[in-house]
Design a protein around this ligand. Structure first.
Ligand code: GLC
Length: 612
C-alpha cells in the first residue's frame, strides 16, 4: 500500500495546532488476488488443482520431462518448459565446487521462475555414497559396506549428512538409495546393494528418512528415490540390465520388501529398473508399476525412468512414439530423456492428441510431480540455502564417514590373533595398489560416473590412516609392489582388490579372482615369511579361496570412500571389528549365484564375521 503524506490546507485563523499527517493510502489499484497455487497457506492438493487448471498440455508435458544439464542450460530449459534437470554421473559445473553447484542450481530456478506460471524445477543427482559428484564432498562407504555394518540408525545419519551436503549445493532430489537385492555377485552393481536377502536392504531404507527428514520442506531435506524397481539384482548371470527369470512369489519375497519399506517411509520417488522380468521390460510393466507399486503399495510419489530407459524398450537406439506411449501408460510419470527432450515432448503431445495417452494419465503424472514440488517448498524457497554449503566435506561429516568405515570392516580370518596389530610394532610394511589411492578406495560413482584411480578428491588413504595410527617410533614402509620387504618387518599389510567401475562396466561374467598385479605383490610378501594381513578393497566378494591359506589375516574393507583411517582403526584395535557379511562369500566363481539358504557350501556364509 503506498502511503501519500498530505498536509491539510491552512485556513485563515485556523491554525492547525499540530500538523496532522494524514497517511492516506493511495487508492488501491484493484490487486489481482493471489492465485491459490501461490498461497502457501492453502492445502497442497488445492494448490495442485489450481495450478493444473492453469496449465496447457504443453506445460504438463514439460513437467514430465527430465533433461541432462549438458543438454539444456537454464534459458533453454525455461524456454522449453522442462520441469526437471539432472546431473548424470560426473556431470558437474566448472569449477566443480559446492559454490559453483549452488550457483548453477539457482540459475536454473531463476530461469524457471521467470516463466508465465513460474513452476520451479526439480534437480536430481546420484548422491549414492555422499554427494559424490562434488569435489571435496564427504564420500561414505558404498552400500555393500553399510550392509556389512548393518546399522540402520547409522545409515539414517548418513542420509541426513548427505542431504545437508546435497542441499548445500541447491540440489533437491537424490537418486538414492538403491534398494536392490544383489543375488549374483558377478553383477557390476553388487556394491550398490545392502545385501543379498531383503533383510538388510529393507532395514537400510532408513536412508530415505535421513535424506527426506521429518518433512520434505524441512531444512536440508531432499527427495529420496527408491531404485531400481524391480528385480535389478536378480538377473540371470548377474547381467546388468538383464532378465530376472523368477516367479512372482520369489519376486515378491526377495525384491519387493525394500520398496515396501521405502514407501512406508514416504519415499518421494521410485526409479524404474532397466532390467526385465521374465522377458518384459520393467519400463513398460503396467502390472508391477500401476497395480503393485501404485495400487497395492499405495505409492503416491512420482515414478521416474532410468537414463534413456525408454530407448531400451524395443532394443533399438533412440525412442519411438510407441515407447513413449507405452512407458507413460504403464505408469511412468517423468522420463529421464535425457538429451532429445524436444523430440520426447513432441511425441508425447502427438500421442495425447491422438488419444493414445489419455489426458487423465497426463494429469495424474502432473499431480504426482507438482505435489512433490509443493511439498519440498520449492515455490516458497526455490534457491539454495547457503547455510548448508559449508557442510560439504565438513570434519563432522568425515568423522561420521570414518565411523561407518570402522563398522563396515568384516574380519574373515585372523590366524593366531595376528590382529589387532600393536601400534608399536617396530617396522610395518604396506603394499598393494589400493593402499594409497583415494579413487580406488572410493570406487565407482565418485567424481566421475565410473570413478577412477588416483587422488581424485580430498581424503585419507588407507596407508595414511595406518601412518596416523601407529606409535611415533614405528616405521611404516610403503611399496606398491612389495619391493623391499624382508624378515625385519613385524607384519605386512597388503591392500588389494578391485579398481573402480560402475554398472555394466563392472559385470564379471568370467573370473572373479585377484588381478595379476595383486597376485605378484602377495607372492613377494609371502616369500619374506612375515605375517601377511590382506585388506580387500572391492565391490563384492572375490574368488580367493586358493590364496587364503597363505594369508594370516583377511579383512573385507569393501569400498570405504574418503575416510580410509577407519580401516586402521580396526587393524590396530581402536575399534573391534563388528561387520558381518551382507553377501555370501563363494568358494569359487562357478558357484555364482550363491546365497543364504540355497544349500551350497560357501567359503564364508552370509552374516559371518569375526571379532577380537
Ligand atoms: C544410471 C543408473 C541410475 C542413475 C541414473 C542417473 O544409468 O542406472 O542408477 O540414477 O542413470 O544417473
Amino acid at each position: 500500500m503506498t502511503r501519500l503524506l498530505r498536509s491539510r490546507p491552512r485556513r485563515a485563523g485556523l491554525l492547525l495546532t499540530a500538523v496532522a499527517c494524514a497517511a492516506a493510502a493511495a487508492t488501491p489499484a484493484v490487486a489481482e488476488p493471489t492465485p491459490v497455487y501461490r498461497d502457501a497457506s492453502r492445502p497442497v492438493a488445492d494448490r495442485v488443482e489450481d495450478l493444473l487448471s492453469r496449465m496447457s498440455l504443453q506445460d504438463k508435458i514439460g513437467q514430465m520431462t527430465q533433461a541432462e544439464r549438458e543438454a539444456a542450460d537454464p534459458a533453454a530449459a525455461a524456454e522449453a518448459g522442462i520441469g526437471s534437470i539432472l546431473s548424470g554421473g560426473g556431470s558437474a559445473p566448472t569449477p566443480n565446487t559446492a559454490e559453483s553447484w549452488a550457483d548453477m542450481y539457482d540459475a536454473y530456478q531463476r530461469a524457471a521462475l521467470n516463466t508465465p506460471l513460474g513452476i520451479p524445477i526439480l534437480y536430481g543427482v546420484d548422491a549414492v555414497h555422499g554427494h559424490n559428484n562434488v569435489h571435496g564432498a564427504t564420500i561414505f562407504p558404498h552400500n555393500i559396506g553399510l550392509g556389512a555394518a548393518n546399522d540402520p540408525e547409522l545409515v539414517e545419519r548418513i542420509g541426513r549428512a548427505t542431504a545437508e551436503e546435497v542441499a548445500g549445493t541447491g540440489i533437491d532430489w537424490d537418486f538414492a538409495p538403491c534398494l536392490c537385492v544383489a543375488r549374483n555377485d558377478r553383477w557390476g552393481r553388487t556394491y550398490e546393494s545392502f545385501g543379498e536377502t531383503p533383510e538388510r536392504p529393507t532395514a537400510m531404507a532408513s536412508l530415505v528418512t535421513g535424506l527426506q527428514g521429518s518433512s520434505l520442506d524441512g531444512p536440508a531435506s531432499v527427495m529420496a528415490t527408491a531404485k531400481h524397481y524391480i528385480g535389478d539384482g536378480g538377473t540371470t548371470g548377474g547381467e546388468d540390465q538383464g532378465n530376472t527369470e523368477i516367479d512372482e512369489a520369489e519376486l515378491r519375497a526377495v525384491h519387493l520388501p525394500p520398496f515396501k519399506a521405502a514407501v512406508e517411509r514416504g519415499v518421494g520417488s521410485v526409479m524404474i529398473s532397466f532390467s526385465s522380468w521374465n522377458g518384459v521390460k520393467m519400463h513398460v510393466h503396467d502390472y508391477l508399476i500401476n497395480d503393485v507399486l501404485k495400487g497395492e503399495l499405495g505409492f503416491t510419489g512420482l515414478v521416474v525412468s532410468d537414463w534413456q530407459g525408454i530407448d531400451k524398450i524395443d532394443g533399438e537406439e533412440g525412442f519411438t512414439a510407441a515407447e513413449v506411449r507405452d512407458s507413460i501408460n504403464a505408469g511412468l510419470d517423468m522420463i529421464m530423456v535425457p538429451y532429445d527432450y524436444q523430440e520426447f515432448m513432441d511425441l508425447l503431445r502427438q500421442e495425447v492428441e491422438a488419444g493414445r495417452v489419455p489426458m487423465s494419465r497426463i494429469d495424474d503424472a502432473n499431480r504426482r510431480i507438482l505435489t512433490k514440488k509443493f511439498e519440498l517448498g520449492l515455490f516458497e524457497n526455490p534457491f539454495t540455502d547457503r547455510s548448508f554449503t559449508p557442510t560439504v566435506g565438513s570434519p563432522e561429516h568425515r568423522e561420521l564417514a570414518r565411523q561407518a568405515v570402522r563398522e563396515s570392516q568384516v574380519l574373515l580370518k585372523n590366524e593366531g590373533g595376528v590382529l589387532p596389530l600393536p601400534k608399536d610394532s617396530g617396522k610395518i610394511f604396506v603394499a598393494g595398489k589400493n593402499a594409497d589411492d583415494i579413487g580406488n578406495q572410493s570406487g565407482g560413482w565418485t567424481i566421475s560416473w565410473q570413478g577412477e584411480s588416483g587422488p581424485i578428491t580430498p581424503g585419507t588413504t588407507i596407508l595414511e590412516g595406518i601412518r596416523q595410527a601407529v606409535a611415533p617410533g614405528t616405521e611404516v614402509t610403503y611399496d606398491r609392489d612389495g619391493n623391499g620387504i624382508d624378515s625385519s618387518y613385524s607384519a605386512a599389510i597388503a591392500v588389494v582388490g578391485e579398481t573402480p567401475y560402475a554398472e555394466g562396466e563392472g559385470d564379471r561374467p568370467e573370473g572373479m579372482g585377484l588381478d595379476e598385479e595383486d597376485r605378484a605383490t602377495l607372492a613377494k610378501l609371502q616369500e619374506s615369511g612375515v605375517p601377511v594381513i590382506v585388506v580387500m578393497v572391492s565391490g563384492r566378494p572375490l574368488d580367493i579361496a586358493a590364496e587364503l591359506p597363505n594369508w594370516d589375516a583377511l579383512v573385507a574393507a569393501w569400498l570405504p570412500g574418503t575416510e580410509g583411517a577407519g580401516v586402521a582403526d580396526v587393524l590396530f584395535g581402536d575399534h573391534e571389528p563388528t561387520g558381518t557379511l551382507p553377501m555370501t562369500w563363494m568358494v569359487s566363481a562357478d558357484q555364482q549365484p550363491i546365497n543364504e539358504g540355497d544349500g551350497k557350501s560357501p567359503l564364508f556364509p552370509y552374516g559371518y564375521g569375526l571379532t577380537y
